[in-house]
Write a protein that binds this ligand. Structure first.
Ligand code: SAH
Ligand code: SF4
Length: 399
């Protein structure tokens, strides 16, 4: 099928344009779109109410092809992790997380990630390439329809999607938007905007564009209460510092489906989990951005050289935020027996950026209370540094 087009890559508008090119009425696209996304069909012959002429035209020119599944792991808690082959030695992961009142799919947007956050295993792997729209939606398509088959159900299973897998979705904006539209489309997955979440490390101009193009729920990975620390943990902060990021969050709220932004904060032992840092965070956010805080216990991996905050420190941190009136939750870790927890998604990445080499060399230097208003200088702890793991052995692209 040399030049045949994969229809998984078209949102409804794109599919309508494609049908028009074939000399077909636009409404045919709706039928076709429903077959693909609502029924999980991949065989044109099975699309019984579709005009035979269209089926014949499609058979030679188009196909509906999912991503090859390399592996599937089922956790003791019901979480399922799929590893998908995206070619040339790269593989990405998606994770299904069933809960009492919802079932969430966590999707990848890139093979690797160029942002290079210190505490993220994807970031440590470097960056290979953006996923295409069809590769993003194929993760949902496969999860939804294979689960329906497995559970013998005919109705929708996945109720929520979070773009929290591998990659920075707002650095793959062009492919992301049609994929989001397919998730939201009533003829597609029919998810409401509040049940689709884009998580970003803070690509400010793209937060503004998302507000206009597909204002779904927004989660922002904050992780630090001041710029010096965030610069080290989330290198993108050097380009878009906290003040600009928070301003973009406020602009986003004009059109957001919820009246708050979720801030994610990965709890790193003696890096960002001290009480004075909680106070600094309160001063930063309270009355400035309507928000909820989601504290994520750090999921360790060897090359990070970082440690998970103790439960006591997480609780003390959360309590301070809650006392200050900021709604704060601690994320439950799911699927860690199959390495499916946040930040453990590592897939397989043929790094083209050498990010992983740059990252392990610089220690995280914590300047406690650096910008904490109201904290007297003599009460501030001295700067401490976190010794990183020894540099990883440089590895070239694998054959
Ligand atoms: N690139 C986007 C989305 C993918 S990461 C972003 O950074 O927001 C999804 C979430 O997992 C982010 O909040 C990220 O900070 C968090 N995360 C990354 N590595 C982690 C780790 N090792 N332990 C816990 N959470 C982690
Ligand atoms: Fe990329 Fe997000 Fe991981 Fe940072 S946390 S490296 S932005 S995937």
């Amino acid at each position: 099928m040399m030049d045949a087009v994969n229809l998984l890559g078209f949102d409804l508008q794109g599919l309508a344009a494609y049908c028009e090119q074939l000399g077909e009425k636009r409404f045919r696209a709706t039928q076709l779109f429903r077959w693909i996304h609502q029924k999980g069909a991949s065989d044109f012959g099975a699309m019984s109410d579709l005009a035979k002429s269209l089926r014949d035209k499609l058979a030679g020119r188009a196909h509906i092809t999912a991503l090859p599944v390399i592996s599937e792991h089922v956790s003791a808690d019901g979480t399922i992790k799929w590893l998908f082959d995206v070619g040339q030695g790269n593989a990405v992961e998606a994770v299904y997380i069933p809960e009492d009142d919802r079932a969430t799919l966590c999707i990848s947007s890139q093979a690797g990630c160029a942002v290079g956050c210190r505490f993220c295993s994807t970031g440590h792997q470097g960056f290979s390439r953006n996923l295409e729209t069809w590769e993003i939606i194929a993760q949902l398509w496969h999860a939804e329809h294979s689960l329906r088959q497995r559970l013998g159900k005919d109705e929708r299973i996945i109720s929520n999607v979070v773009m929290m897998g591998m990659g920075e979705p707002l650095q793959n904006y062009g492919a992301l938007i049609p994929a989001l539209r397919m998730m939201l489309d009533d003829h597609g997955y029919g998810l409401s905007r509040r049940r689709v979440t884009v998580s970003t490390s803070g690509v400010v101009p793209m937060i503004d564009r998302l507000r206009d193009d597909a204002p779904v729920a927004l989660a922002v990975s904050l992780h630090a209460p001041n710029d010096p620390l965030r610069d080290q943990l989330v290198p993108l902060n050097r380009k878009y510092p906290i003040e600009e990021l928070l301003a973009s969050c406020n602009r986003y709220l004009d059109k957001a489906p919820r009246d708050f932004i979720t801030f994610e904060y990965c709890m790193l032992h003696e890096v960002n989990d001290a009480p004075e840092q909680a106070r600094e965070l309160i001063a930063l956010l309270k009355g400035k951005v309507p928000c909820k805080l989601n504290l994520i216990p750090f999921n360790p991996f060897p090359a990070s050289g970082l440690k998970r905050s103790s439960n006591e420190r997480v609780k003390a941190f959360a309590d301070l935020l809650i006392q200050a009136g900021i709604v704060t939750t601690v994320r439950k870790t799911r699927g860690d027996d199959i390495d499916a927890a946040c930040g453990q998604l590592a897939g397989e990445v043929q790094d083209r950026t050498r990010v992983h080499l740059r990252m392990v060399r610089a220690p995280v230097v914590v300047q406690r209370g650096a910008a904490a208003p109201g904290v007297p200088a003599d009460a501030q702890a001295p700067a401490t540094s976190v010794t990183p793991a020894p540099p990883a052995t440089p590895t070239g692209p694998r054959p």
